[in-house]
Design a protein around this ligand. Structure first.
Ligand code: DX5
Ligand code: ZN
Length: 226
């Protein structure tokens, strides 16, 4: 997959919240394709982060899709609110949904793209019977809850399995990789078949600034084409 087809989705979890709007604009101007928003409820994961108000605020400055990742229990209770506040895609965890088919239908009915995230221990086969309902698969390459963790390399086999499943079905489901992406691990993720790179620390925490963070990732991917 060539550089142009790979999307970069900076995660604002690592942004400076005292200047969130400014940082989102910088990411967008530097060529971010989507903005990834990590919602944590203190129950599904130990951390608590953002709610619909933050999505609404980001929507005011962003003109690229907002990719909302719900790391919450009972995500079905939140879908309407996040859709109304400007989410373009909403991703729920398979581990948090007893009735995943119904929840994905709910997301689509709210006019959002429907995503499913898989924790590191969850097999690719969890999605085998439901792929026709899915627009985005998020492969967690860290245990969800915090930014700045190390990429779990064993997840590349799962990404490759999912890529094969998606391609066999001929659909254009996006496969995201989420956690521990930097200019080295991104090469593993692309080679395994992911096409959306979620990156928090290495973009918003880059010593040279946000644009340099995105540029580093693009350069790394470009090296695969040459
Ligand atoms: C982790 C979140 C990730 C996180 C990635 O629970 O889902 O989106 O922000 O951050 P980095 O790139 O720092 O691993
Ligand atoms: Zn995320």
């Amino acid at each position: 997959m060539t550089n142009k087809l790979i999307k970069i989705a900076p995660s604002i979890l690592s942004a400076d919240f005292t200047q969130l709007g400014e940082e989102v604009k910088q990411a967008q101007d530097a060529g971010a394709d989507w903005i990834h928003i990590d919602v944590m409820d203190g129950q599904f994961v130990p951390n608590i982060t953002m709610g619909p108000l933050v999505v609404e605020a980001v929507k005011k400055v962003a003109n690229i899709p907002l990719d909302v990742h719900l790391m919450t229990v009972q995500p079905e209770r939140l879908i309407g609110r996040f859709a109304a506040c400007g989410a373009d895609s909403i991703t729920v965890h398979v581990e948090a949904c007893t009735h995943l088919h119904r929840v994905l239908g709910q997301i689509k009915s709210a006019d959002c793209r429907a995503g499913v995230a898989l924790n590191p221990h969850t097999s690719a086969t969890a999605l085998g019977e439901i792929l026709d309902m899915v627009d985005i698969i998020n492969v967690m390459t860290v245990n969800p809850g915090f930014g700045g963790q190390a990429f779990i390399r064993a997840m590349t086999a799962k990404i490759a399995s999912l890529r094969a499943m998606v391609d066999r079905g001929g659909s254009n489901i996006d496969i995201e990789v989420d956690g521990g992406i930097n200019s080295e691990t991104i090469l593993l993720a692309v080679a395994a078949g992911a096409n959306v790179m979620i990156a928090g620390t290495c973009v918003f925490g880059h010593a040279g600034g946000i644009a340099a963070g995105i540029q580093d990732l693009r350069q790394a991917i470009a090296s695969l084409d040459s």
